[in-house]
Design a protein around this ligand. Sequence first.
Ligand code: ADE
Length: 245
Amino acid sequence: MPIAILSALAEEQDGLVHLLENAQQTRHAGRIFWTGQLHDKEVICALSGIGKVAAATTAVALIERFGAKAIVFTGVAGGLGDAVHVGHVVVAHQYVQHDMDASPLFPRLEVPGYGRALFDCDATLSNALLQSVQACVQQQGGEWAEELGLGAPQVHAGLIVSGDRFVSGSEEAAQLRQSLEQADLAPLAVEMEGAAIAQVCADYGLPFAAMRSISDKADDAAHVDFPLFVQSIASRYAQAVIEDL
Ligand code: ADE
């Protein structure tokens, strides 16, 4: 049974498919799925597109149609933590849907029917991913960051939040952080897919892990920083980290 490598955008996965031996593509549910071997491991690469629904559809297809036994997401995110800067990398330990709000029926952030807001990533797979990220950052991260005039990258592990919104304002980012802090949550980064995949993997009892390189600070400059970073650095992390996993 293959391990699935998922990203939202083509730029985040660029070059990864070329590393596959015996690569074969299948069209399904409006997406292209690439199957093949990477260092004798069966893998399947796919792009989810942007947002929680697109991510959930893709995760279900990976499991039901392609028999994925685990899902690893590699992509970019906006940095929310004070110490989380552009060029840094975050490995998720847990996920929350920051736009889930069925109050007053259920507490804000709680996913109805699950009795909780937090969805854990798989500890073993996340640890392997973290080690791979740390090695990659040590060996190549500094050089890549320098190309964009960024400082030495750091690796963080913790909470990532997802919602159907590109956060692109300092005030909005501060409000988001504050609203999560009120629920005793300290988010490191924000993106638009991971929590949906974490919920699907919880439903199916499948291991899930995710790493996100930080493309922007979810602030007033996010719309400028995001494309620059995505086009230049994001897929290098995907290739290096997955090869090493
Ligand atoms: N992915 C990368 N940057 C993001 C941001 N600022 N908001 C949501 N998703 C993102």
